[in-house]
Design a protein. Structure first.
Length: 168
């Protein structure tokens, strides 16, 4: 399960990194500003937009704003073993009661097989739910980052346009 979690974190960071790289702007000094003035204005607009939005595009994204969902421990095989042992115990008890003590072995066998099948199925279903929850978490983190980045970009562009630049 750790490998899956690390894989989801890697996907999340790649989505964010790809989004961050795609946010480069083309800035034209429409009022004849020089290179030094443009660099000064870009820095001041960066600082202003960061202050307005609380988002800093220069910081490494924090992938753990919300912790990832907890996952159940254990494997499908482990669920089958546990289910089989529980089923065997219950089956032995029922077989002993139903057959006056002589059916305990048969009941244990039937209960063990049934329990193993049911335990494995339940754990397999839980594993799928865990994976879906991890995927939803990663998607939500990427969406939150994108929304914050877009808000910052709008503020940054508004600042530059207010200082006489054309921004695309």
């Amino acid at each position: 399960m750790k490998q899956f979690r690390y894989g989801m974190m890697a996907v999340f960071l790649l989505l964010i990194a790809g989004n961050a790289l795609a946010q480069d702007f083309i800035i034209y000094p429409a009022k004849g500003q020089g290179q030094k003035q443009m660099e000064k204005d870009k820095y001041e607009c960066y600082s202003w937009a960061k202050g307005q939005t609380g988002f800093d595009p220069m910081e490494m994204p924090k992938a753990t704003q919300a912790p990832p969902p907890q996952t159940a421990k254990g494997s499908v095989a482990g669920g089958a073993v546990k289910g089989g042992l529980l089923g065997a115990g219950v089956g032995a008890g029922i077989g002993a009661i139903a057959d006056g003590g002589s059916g305990a072995g048969k009941g244990a066998a039937i209960g063990g097989i049934s329990g193993a099948l049911l335990g494995g199925a339940v754990r397999g279903s839980q594993k799928k739910q865990d994976e879906q929850a991890q995927q939803q978490w990663a998607n939500q983190q990427a969406a939150d980052y994108t929304q914050k980045r877009n808000t910052y970009n709008r503020a940054y562009c508004a600042c530059l346009e207010g200082r006489g630049y054309t921004v695309k």
